[in-house]
Ligand binder design. Sequence first.
Ligand SMILES: [Zn+2]
Ligand SMILES: [Zn+2]
Length: 721
Amino acid sequence: MINSLRTTASNPLTLLESTSTLKELHQIHAQLIVSGHLRHPRLLAKFVSLLALSQNTPHHLPYSRKILNHSPSSPTTFALNNLIRAHSKPPFNPLQAFNFYSQILHSPSLSPDNFTFTFLVRASAHLTSAAIGAASHAAALKRGHADDPHVQSSLIHMYSSFRSSTACHRLFEGIQDPDVVMQTAMIGAYAASGDIDVARKVFGEMPHRDAIAWNAMIAGYSHVGRCREALELFSAMQGESVSVSEATMVSVLTACAQLGALDQGRWAHAYIQKKRIQLTVTLGTSLIDMYSKCGSVDRAMEVFKAMPEKNVYTWSSAMSGLAMNGAGKQCIEVFELMEKEELEPNEITFVSVLRGCSIVGLVDRGLEYFDLMKSKYGIEPWPEHYGCMVDLYGRAGRLEEALQFIKSMPSKPHSGAWGALLNACKIYRNIELGELALSKILEIETMNDGAYVLLSNIYADFGNWKGVCSVRELMKAKGVRKEPGCSVIEVSGLVHEFFVGDKSHPMYQEIEVMLGEINWKLKLAGYAAKTNEVLFDIEEEEKENALIWHSEKLAIAYGLIALKEGVTVRIVKNLRVCWDCHDWTKFISKVFGREIIVRDRNRFHHFKDGVCSCKDYWRVRLEGFNELLLGKFSIVQWARVNLSYHSRKYINSGVYLKLGQKKERKSEIKDRSIPLAPPRPSDARVPPDHHLTHGVPSDHHLKPGVPPDHHLTPEFCQTTT
Ligand SMILES: [Zn+2]
Ligand SMILES: [Zn+2]
């Protein structure tokens, strides 16, 4: 270092980039003092700015503040702006930015400029207070900088992070000639508020689209769960030879994961390698997530092992992928390895590892981890952790302890915790406790449409078709709309969507012939359709006659036609698989000698040789529960307690009125892409920094967020088995 200092003494600032220790920084600072550099306010400002923004080490920013505070000459606006900028994004405290702003205001010789407000507004976006954001906006207006394009795009980003799409829209409307930066910010803002079609309109109208705009649009589609469109746009992006970055590939992998599109995911992986896109921690973690959610856990673990650098999200993703695919033991092993490497786990890590314990029935180990989480890592348990513990005790038949766990929850227990208990009660025939759990669930879920599906599922699980029928009637009376069932299969890189009774596929005739052949072969093998169940399983759209096929049957039949012999059929379904389809698929796996993997709303089902990996855990039927459901918790009783006067009137009079709810036309259903999973909370929307930092990728796109299996959390907090 000393040598290089001597040789580059003319400009020691060039060395700042490569300093990593405080000692080296002191050396450069000393050199600058000796050479007299820091006597010039302009050079001092440059040093402070470079230091503040380099962020090579955690020392740089505090050091730059100290230099400024102890300097004999007063700071320039340039230096203070850069300190505001440095504090405008995590991990630094954005409130600090306001101290430097106030320093500018209090100096007789300085006044804030457009850059001051660009960065101040950006800092405000990271504060939870919308009032502070509005105050920054007002200050920019007052000082005449609110019309600056950079300030405007920061404002759009800020209002979008406050989820205020009206404010964004108003701002955008007021801009006469929005440039690419602003249009991109607006795409992010619309996507964040769910107005993805408006975002697409803005995107379509852009005269010039750069890579950031493409990324924002693809991320937007991914974010709202319209993954097919995300992938289509990605192909279009390649067609226009726009350069593809890490941020693009993260969105593409997220879309593949949600769709369960393994072929496209594999292709994306190969593309990353071919284009030599750097496999950063975020990108690697997205790959693990994609492979796990596509049911290819071995591949996920290969990526995990090959990653040179891993963070807590990488480890959590790997564990979650293992737990999700039923590999509880390996999940625990990975956690032990993580501890050995002395990497600090977070809340998400513990959700994964507790699920892993639950799957293999290691109650004491789970309890140990639950305590460790608080005692060693100071992590306060989330409701999810309690849910896992209840499931853990429940599966082991320790129902009283499960109940105690629920009672010990610091906040009001959620339906997931009670659901885990109910599930265990079904298995261990504890009707009294089951009754309590059921009443609690209905109490919590009463305001939610999901309650109907939940109740119907409980009835269906016990084969109480009369109950299921009542729920259906009630839903009609209330005009409750339900998500239509949709199954997705990927063939040769193309994603095919099927809805219940859907005849719109170009190969429908072949599919119908195939279905006939399947049913004939299955019948010979001893399969008998459970027409009652099919008829009344509310998870699928209602079935009016036995000839309407559930979406997964259509998708599987198509898979058998279109995929080569021996290739695993992979289906992703947005709702829970019904019993009949589950049995049907088991038979196919045996009769056709084909492995079939179905990811439904709750879990993975790996069908092979007539058996499913879930071991039918979710469909326990017991005598006592029928009484429970027919008695105290009949639908009429439930409706009396929980529903509005009008609905009750219909029930009590025995008349179920249809409230004129029109069935959605197929075209409408087709137009709407089905969110197979809620978007990850990761903020893949707004790419504010790209334009201003000249190619330095913003980590906004890249936050790995919550681990992959959150969307697989079943109604009963019951994980894959
Ligand atoms: Zn079905
Ligand atoms: Zn299964």
